[in-house]
Design a protein around this ligand. Structure first.
Ligand code: BJW
Length: 264
């Protein structure tokens, strides 16, 4: 990680009033949760390699997959839900919560937009988190849409029957956004507003290949914001940001916070 990019990021954040942050699976990697894509490292054990290297998104993360095999899809999501519950927020999540408090204390504002479904930002103390791809912690009835938060142990039956409309053969599905599904309208609106009005946009731990989430940083740049990417690997948008910090979020974010606290 170069000091230049870290210094530039800290300098931009020190002068910013409105900051927008987009996070992806990479920020939770240091909590032990697997990313979907990414180079990974050969020394990672098989059960920590990127999910889409072991599993096929077409048979797990689409409404068609759920329709064809709800048993398989709900078992897979419940397995991941239990993994998320067992994980703890890491230094990257905690630094973002600290940045939000720091900005608020001087009249500024941080909008945290996440593609993650794991709720680790909220558990780290971030508020008003915009969940672009929903959350795995909440499941909803396929018939009436009523939402429920399953208890913190594996579900008892697969596919899970909906408690409200079970008599009518309806199921529970995770309240996540699958490929081909629309993102929650309120989340897209909040993200677009944050991208349009921010002074600095930080993109952290995302491969920047899934849309519309990947487009928000471009929207921010078009509106004059300074843009920063934190990722150990390059992404298709690396060449379009002001500063690329090639590091793990859990290393880079605490160091940026240190520089903000002790400028010079
Ligand atoms: C670290 C690190 C460390 C590792 N520190 N970093 C425009 C163009 C082309 C296609 C489309 C388009 N607009 C829409 C589409 C279609 C589609 C899409 O984008 N497809 C592309 C893949 C080609 N988008 C959609 O379908 C979206 N819906 C939509 O647009 O509705 C309107 C519409 C409908 C119908 C037709 C057309 C439009 C919905 C997208 C839903 C995505 N869902 C998933 C699953 C969620 C549920 C679940 O958890 O299972 O969301 S897929 C998966 O990818 C998940 C993630 O949120 C999402 C993004 O992944 P993310 O977070 O970037 O993670 P990774 O794994 O990809 O990257 C991790 C990164 O971290 C890597 O770069 C590592 O290097 C890095 N890293 N360690 C920092 N320690």
């Amino acid at each position: 990680m170069t000091h230049d990019a870290l210094d530039a990021a800290a300098h931009a954040l020190a002068g910013a009033r409105r900051v927008a942050v987009l996070t992806g699976a990479g920020i939770s990697a240091e909590s032990g949760l697997r990313t979907f894509r990414g180079a990974g490292t050969p020394d990672l054990p098989p059960d920590m390699q990127a999910l889409w290297k072991e599993f096929d998104p077409q048979t797990l993360a689409t409404p068609e997959a759920f329709g064809a095999n709800p048993d398989l899809v709900t078992r897979w999501y419940d397995w991941r839900r239990i993994g998320c519950l067992a994980a703890e927020p890491n230094a990257g999540h905690l630094a973002l919560a600290e940045l939000e408090r720091r900005l608020a204390s001087r009249g500024g504002e941080l909008s945290l937009l996440t593609q993650n479904v794991d709720r680790l930002h909220q558990r780290a103390g971030s508020t008003g988190v915009v969940e672009l791809h929903g959350t795995i912690m909440v499941w909803r009835c396929t018939r009436c849409g009523v939402e429920t938060e399953p208890p913190a142990q594996p579900m008892a039956e697969f596919p899970p029957r909906s408690p409200c409309c079970a008599g009518r053969g309806s199921l529970l599905r995770p309240a996540v956004v699958w490929f081909g599904e629309s993102l929650p309208a309120a989340a897209v609106l909040a993200a677009a507003r944050a991208a349009e009005t921010c002074d600095v946009f930080l993109s952290i731990g995302t491969s920047s290949v899934v849309y519309p989430a990947a487009a928000f940083i471009l929207q921010a740049a078009a509106n004059g914001a300074k843009t920063i990417e934190i990722n150990p690997e390059p992404t298709p948008l690396s060449g379009r940001v002001d500063w690329s910090i090639r590091a793990k979020a859990g290393d880079a974010l605490p160091r940026i916070m240190e520089k903000l606290a002790n400028p010079g």
